[in-house]
Design a protein. Structure first.
Length: 193
């Protein structure tokens, strides 16, 4: 399993806007959440790195949604090469994991490219004005490294944001499976492992 790091988009970057459908066809727009801290998570059903953290992330999302954080997940993979990552697989994953947030399908991969998303999972935290304040790992846990899944890094960033402070700028990239780009439309920042 090749490990791909996030691109570490520049802090302060405005959240790229989008309108995507969830696995049931409901349209969701990022600008619906202006005025709220917003977490965008790029996930997919098949990735072992996502499977490793998914129950911890589901618990994290429930906890912080109650505190006023908006959470959206986006599935960016090419479903021609990975059909189980399509809307039916997303719905099954959301039910199994207990996701309580919209899980959106980026069918043409333009949203993933606008965020410079590189892997699953990949996390982007924006302040209420939708300026990027954190991008990086959920925590240091990876499949097989025996570090417990706690969400420590992302929790610290969200706690700072909710307290009206800037998260620590010393941030570590997320590591995961590379996004499965459509053949011939890989972004310029994609490097094959």
């Amino acid at each position: 399993m090749a490990a791909t790091p996030s691109t570490m988009l520049e802090l302060g970057t405005p959240a790229p806007q989008f309108r995507l459908r969830d696995f049931d066809g409901k349209l969701v727009a990022a600008d619906q959440y202006l005025g709220f801290g917003l977490l965008i998570a790029f996930l997919c059903p098949h990735c072992p790195f996502v499977k490793h953290i998914r129950s911890g992330f589901a618990q994290f999302a429930r906890e912080y949604q109650e505190k006023g954080l908006a959470v959206l997940a986006i599935m960016p993979n090419d479903t021609t090469s990975h059909p189980d990552d399509g809307p039916a697989g997303m719905k099954q994953e959301a039910q199994e994991a207990g996701y309580t947030f919209p899980y959106l399908f980026d069918s043409d991969q333009t949203v993933a490219k606008s965020y410079r998303a590189a892997c699953t999972p990949d996390f982007f935290l924006f302040d209420p004005d939708h300026k990027l304040v954190y991008r990086g790992q959920f925590d240091a846990s990876r499949p097989g490294n025996d570090v417990p899944v706690t969400g420590r890094d992302l929790r610290a960033a969200v706690d700072a944001l909710l307290a009206g402070q800037q998260p620590n700028s010393d941030q570590k990239p997320s590591i995961g499976c590379n996004i499965k780009w459509k053949a011939g439309s890989e972004p310029d920042y994609f490097t094959k492992a």
